[in-house]
Design a protein around this ligand. Structure first.
Ligand SMILES: Nc1ncnc2c1ncn2[C@@H]1O[C@H](COP(=O)(O)OP(=O)(O)OP(=O)(O)O)[C@@H](O)[C@H]1O
Ligand code: SF4
Ligand SMILES: [Mg+2]
Length: 366
């Protein structure tokens, strides 16, 4: 990546405190990733790997304490890169042992006030978000058209009621809602799931953001509607070229839309690089977790030859007692005698193995 990325996350840590277990859940634990302007970064990983918490941290939408506690979220706006977590570390005191955070004392009110000042400016305006459940995200008491027009008035130069309305209709047309002028006056309950998702995409785009975060935009929709929403996202990518962080369980969606892919496991990124390389299917060239993840997804050969799918054996990582070594060690089938001790005792860094392709695995370090 040569130019400054639009979004550059470094060493992000977002923990929650579990009162019942009296311990920290390390939901996001040292996440680093970057998205260049115009590209779509697909984020994959099994349930609980920290994909949504990463997205919500960028949006400043983590409410439970301690929440986001450290790292950098650099976002470029008007040609200037700003750290959205700037100076917030003064509200947090971390107790570390052997480089690991064991305790957090946080002035939550001070953090919230200042984080709101930094993040509130970009949320919904420069960074738009699409959630999994559009019906829950839209206000049930206001028509979808009005909700979009409000965003237009708040965040763009179209301030007049009439022009905001026309602009909202433009976005409803843009996302191919049939009869957009009629739909403008519908409440969310009057729309199908697919139409609601289109309306939410229209709302996210209507502030003309430079970054769109789509968290499972097709999950929960019927299969035919899913593929129509993917077609729409592909068209919008082609036409508007908006920079996107696309979180999805569905590798076929990731394959279709992503330029680059980040694979998350146990709260961190274990691999990232060009989508074509990561999703190519050559098991030897990538992180053992990525290989296991891809092998667990049905492909045409599985369907045609009725071969059984490989399950990823072992338990999902305990994000409270994360191991000192590689997070994937307990489930990894590629550990060799040469690296066993390192795998068990030290967590590998995310290192570049080819230009623009990084892997967090001792197998690739000399
Ligand atoms: N508010 C919260 N309080 C406590 N723990 C939380 C909270 N939000 C998320 N977590 C925990 O953080 C971890 C990561 O959650 P996250 O929602 O980011 O996973 P995900 O990768 O998006 O999974 P999925 O694919 O199921 O959406 C999980 O163990 C989850 O239980
Ligand atoms: S570092 Fe070791 S345990 Fe971890 S993924 Fe690589 S080979 Fe497996
Ligand atoms: Mg999620």
């Amino acid at each position: 990546m040569t130019s400054t990325p639009l979004l550059n996350i470094e060493g992000l840590r977002t923990y929650f405190y579990s009162r019942s277990k009296q311990a920290f859940i390390r939901s996001v634990d040292n996440v680093s990733l970057a998205i260049a302007r115009g590209e779509t970064l697909g984020v994959v990983g099994e349930s609980g790997s920290g994909k949504s918490v990463t997205a919500l941290s960028v949006m400043g939408l983590i409410t439970a304490a301690p929440g986001v506690i450290s790292g950098r979220i650099e976002f470029t706006s008007g040609g200037v890169a700003r750290n959205l977590l700037e100076n917030l570390d003064r509200y947090v005191q971390l107790t570390e042992e052997h480089g690991r955070i064991m305790g957090v004392a946080k002035d939550a009110a001070g953090w919230r006030k200042n984080a709101e000042h930094l993040l509130g400016r970009v949320r919904g305006k420069e960074i738009g978000m699409i959630f999994q459940n559009p019906k829950a995200a839209l206000n049930p008491f206001t028509t979808v058209g009005k909700q979009i027009a409000e965003v237009v008035q708040l965040h763009t130069s179209h301030k007049g009621v009439g022009e905001a309305r026309e602009r909202a209709i433009h976005w409803l047309e843009r996302v191919k809602i049939d009869s957009p002028r009629l739909r403008y006056d519908n409440h969310p309950f009057g729309l199908s799931g697919g139409m609601c998702q289109r309306a939410m995409i229209a709302m996210a785009l209507s502030s003309e953001p430079s970054l769109l975060i789509a968290d499972e935009p097709t999950t929960g929709l019927d299969a035919t509607i899913q593929s129509k929403i993917v077609d729409l996202l592909a068209e919008l990518k082609q036409d508007i070229g908006i920079t996107t962080m696309l979180i999805s369980h569905d590798i076929s969606v990731i394959k279709r839309l992503s330029d680059r892919v980040a694979v998350m496991y146990g709260g961190t990124v274990v691999e990232n690089g060009p989508a074509a390389e990561i999703l190519a299917g050559d098991a030897a060239s990538r992180h053992p977790y990525t290989a296991a993840l891809l092998a667990s997804i049905p492909n045409e050969t599985h369907v045609r030859e009725k071969t059984p799918l490989l399950a990823i054996e072992g338990e999902v990582l305990d994000t409270i007692n994360t191991p000192a070594g590689c997070r994937f060690y307990a489930r990894c089938n590629r550990v060799t005698d040469k690296i066993r001790q390192q795998c068990e005792r030290c967590e590998p860094d995310l290192r570049e193995i080819e230009p623009g392709h990084r892997v967090r695995c001792w197998l690739y370090f000399d």
